[in-house]
Design a protein around this ligand. Structure first.
Ligand code: PMP
Length: 397
């Protein structure tokens, strides 16, 4: 008898599975607007110049590939704290642990909640990044949804969100918030709505668990952290999961961090020790290279300025693509107004296309979009906008 013979095939990841199908597609006009990766005008996911420069410096100077500390490089951790919190929170109150990407940070946050806290529930917005559900479920946390996107699929249902958080939650439940550039909708709260959210989270005694995967893709590095300022103004205890996959273009290097804010330094140290214990049994210690690249850039004024420019370039180009898409859709005569996309932030937009239309785009036009209708705007290109919009006009007619 075979030990392995009866193992069934797991379903492919819904988004990464689409990319596999895309790669196998022979249509020369194919377009992948599914996976959340920035692409330049030539369709490449480029390596930023500041990253290349930092890598060159590392090649020239790096003296060891020995293990990093369990919680990561001290320089890197200091820089992450400043990027996320600036000087708004005393350093001694912040625990920072380097993690393999934002997913690693989310996974460690879930492990920490399961291991150390009595609340076993996490509230996530409906909809949210599909992996949130799986990551939290992997740590045996109960995942519940709060209302987020309005029934028109365009607007933010602030009343529904506040109502769910204030009437359905228990003290100690965690609430997952997207700091900016909500995935998959691109719909973010305004500053005054963030203040309202912070009030409810604080009043109910919830633990804010903030996913910060797109810092700098919304309005700017500091602007995008305003949501975190709003929460930390009302809550002494919170967690932030950062990813540097998108804003440094370091996707495959797996660079991220889990920050935990506590009310005093003794608690912060205890938490640091507990998370190190979890990391030790999970992946032992984090990968060196990507975090060393980030630290090298942030240690150097010129490279930092270059990074700010390159990040602004990506952010502005996505905005321009959004505008171009909305304008080009108007010229197709499909009579379907997409101007609501202009208020959305970051890489993604909820297009309002239904699963049948998404299916038709795939099978008739080799245009790959996630079933929910989420479009990766950063995957569009100036030169092929006409082709894309004509195909969409055909399926919405
Ligand atoms: N959170 C959200 C909302 C994301 O969109 C992503 C990336 N798609 C992540 C976390 C994970 O990022 P990473 O690739 O750094 O693990």
């Amino acid at each position: 008898t075979s030990l392995f013979g009866g193992i069934p095939t797991a379903p492919p990841d819904s988004i990464l599975g689409l990319t596999e199908a895309f790669q196998a597609d022979k249509n020369p006009d194919k377009m992948n607007l599914s996976v959340g990766v920035y692409k330049d005008a030539s369709g490449q996911t480029p390596i930023l110049d500041c990253v290349k420069a930092a890598e060159q410096r590392l090649v020239d100077t790096e003296a060891t590939k020995g293990y990093l500390p369990i919680d990561g490089g001290p320089d890197y951790r200091g820089h992450v704290r400043k990027l996320v919190f600036a000087e708004t929170i005393a350093a001694e109150r912040v625990t920072v642990v380097q993690t393999p990407g934002g997913t690693g940070a989310l996974r460690e946050s879930a492990a920490f909640i399961a291991d150390q806290l009595s609340g076993r529930r996490v509230w996530v917005p409906s909809p949210t990044w599909a992996n949130h559900n799986s990551v939290f479920a992997s740590e045996r946390l109960l995942v519940e949804n709060y209302r987020y996107l309005g029934s028109d699929k365009k607007s933010f249902d602030i009343d529904g969100m506040l109502d769910d958080l204030s009437s359905k939650t228990n003290v100690g439940d965690a609430v997952l918030l997207h700091a900016c550039c909500h995935n998959p909708t691109g719909v973010d709260p305004t500053p005054s709505q963030w203040a309202q959210i912070a009030d409810v989270v604080a009043e109910r005694g919830l633990l804010p668990l903030i996913d910060f995967a797109y810092q700098g893709f919304g309005h700017g590095l500091d602007e995008d952290a305003e949501s975190i300022r709003a929460i930390s103004a009302k809550c002494d205890e919170l967690m932030v999961c950062s990813s540097f996959s998108k804003n440094f273009g370091l996707y495959s290097e797996r660079v991220g961090a889990l920050c935990v804010v506590s009310s005093d330094s003794a608690t912060a140290s205890a938490i640091q020790s507990q998370i190190k214990k979890l990391v030790r049994t999970n992946y032992s210690n984090p990968p060196r290279h990507g975090a060393a690249v980030v630290a090298t850039i942030l240690d150097d004024e010129k490279l930092t300025a270059q990074w700010h420019d390159e990040l602004a370039m990506m952010r502005n180009r996505i905005k321009t693509l959004r505008e171009q898409f909305v304008e080009t859709m108007k010229t197709t005569g499909a009579g379907h107004d997409f101007s609501f996309l202009l208020d959305q932030n970051g890489m993604f937009s909820f297009s309002g296309l239904n699963p049948m239309q998404v299916d038709e785009l795939l099978h008739k036009h080799s245009i790959y979009i996630v079933g929910s209708g989420r479009i990766n705007v950063a995957g569009m290109s100036e030169s092929r906008m006409g082709h894309l919009c004509e195909a969409i006009a055909k399926v919405v007619e």
